[in-house]
Design a protein around this ligand. Structure first.
Ligand SMILES: *Cc1c(COP(=O)(O)O)cnc(C)c1O
Length: 364
């Protein structure tokens, strides 16, 4: 048992899904639960969204989708990376997962193995590359891929068409606008379902339509925008990382604190020792000044983050050993910590250690 603790507020997850639903209007929602539910726990997150009546769930790999089915979740499940092997194809078909086809090799794989798959159990989505250039089929490949998927005995229902935005989190919407136009040209009068939006596009790009949206970070209370705040969207923090002060001491003026002596005390001052570190997933690169709460009062990290200790500035703060420290969460937006540490909330959430996640307190 560590002193650091992870609290997951499933009420906040459900609330945030409601915010997404309001923004989505008539569009349906695939709630993204990849990367162990953005660090909140795959099943904790999936069950919370299921309870709040999400239309579907999105995962990265077939294995994650299978874990959801084995836990009894019956929503539609979109597998964003699709299948890579015959075993994955087979398992996906048996569990009625929906596979994204973003590469020709996946189509070849399906055609080689279609005969051994149960008929019409797989739903297929074509991912078209409209400008992100990470993965996805070229627009001109889409018609033939669609034909081949429709002809496969393993594929049932209509074929979906989706894309992903590279820059929907930026203030300049022109790249996203371009992608929307490219998508519209490919979609034409597409008869199946379509999907475009991640969280940033759902909240920030009203021109992006589609039948389905795929929000992730906003459901966990993270701000999807790299600038400003999603303040006009009442998102709630679902993850709180807490610990306690294990020592309070005076550091003499001119003394340096911690590894490398990064912080030098400008005056004789009280310094607190919080029992959390990069072994728990606290970012090692957090510089002096990274915000942290002590007894609900805003303080700052001073000195380099250690494996299981962080030194904090206690000047002007009433605190003693045993008092509560919040690294981020309901009292301190994770985005402020991420920004100070030169990263994004996604990474902080995903980096929380497996041990803390396994021992998380789930609040209803
Ligand atoms: C992860 C992911 C999402 C969700 O993105 P957020 O920025 O977390 O909202 C949507 N679509 C795809 C293809 C993804 O990989």
């Amino acid at each position: 048992m560590r002193r650091a603790r992870l609290l997951i507020d499933t009420g906040a997850l459900r609330h945030n899904l409601g915010v997404a639903r309001a923004a989505a209007g008539r569009r349906s929602i695939f709630a993204a639960v990849k990367a162990d539910g953005y660090g909140h726990g795959l099943l904790t997150a999936a069950r919370a969204f299921s309870k709040a009546q999400t239309d579907g769930l999105a995962v990265a790999t077939p294995g994650e989708g299978i874990a959801l089915r084995e836990a009894g979740l019956s929503e539609r499940i979109l597998v964003l990376q699709g299948a890579l092997t015959a075993e994955e194809l087979e398992a996906a078909a048996e569990r009625s997962l929906e596979l994204v086809f973003h590469d020709m090799a996946q189509l070849d794989l399906l055609e080689r193995h279609a005969a051994s798959l149960p008929p019409e159990r797989l739903r297929a989505w074509i991912k078209v590359d409209t400008g992100m250039h990470r993965e996805g089929l070229a627009p001109e490949q889409v018609p033939s891929v669609r034909e081949r998927l429709s002809a496969s005995p393993a594929v049932g229902g209509t074929i979906g068409l989706m894309t992903h935005f590279a820059r929907a989190d930026e203030p300049d919407g022109s790249a996203t606008e371009q992608q929307i136009q490219t998508f519209a040209a490919v979609a034409g009068d597409w008869s199946g379902e379509t999907s475009m939006c991640n969280s940033a596009a759902l909240l920030g790009t009203s021109a992006a339509g589609g039948d389905w949206v795929r929000p992730g970070i906003m459901l966990y209370g993270g701000n999807p925008f790299i600038f400003g705040e999603a303040a006009h969207h009442p998102l709630q923090a679902a993850m709180t990382l807490k610990t306690v002060l294990v020592a309070v001491r005076q550091v003499q003026r001119g003394a340096s604190v911690g590894y490398g002596g990064r912080f030098v005390a400008p005056e004789t001052m009280p310094v607190g020792l919080a029992s959390v570190g990069y072994g728990d997933g606290y970012p090692r690169h957090a510089p002096d000044g990274t915000p942290i709460l002590v007894n609900g009062q805003r303080s700052q990290v001073i000195g380099r983050v250690s494996m299981d200790l962080v030194t904090v500035d206690l000047r002007g703060i009433h605190a003693q050993v045993g008092d509560e420290v919040e690294c981020w969460g309901s009292g301190l937006p994770i985005d402020q910590v991420a920004q100070a540490a030169g990263t994004i909330s996604y990474e902080l959430m995903c980096q929380v250690s497996g041990q803390l996640r396994a021992e998380a307190t789930i609040l209803d």
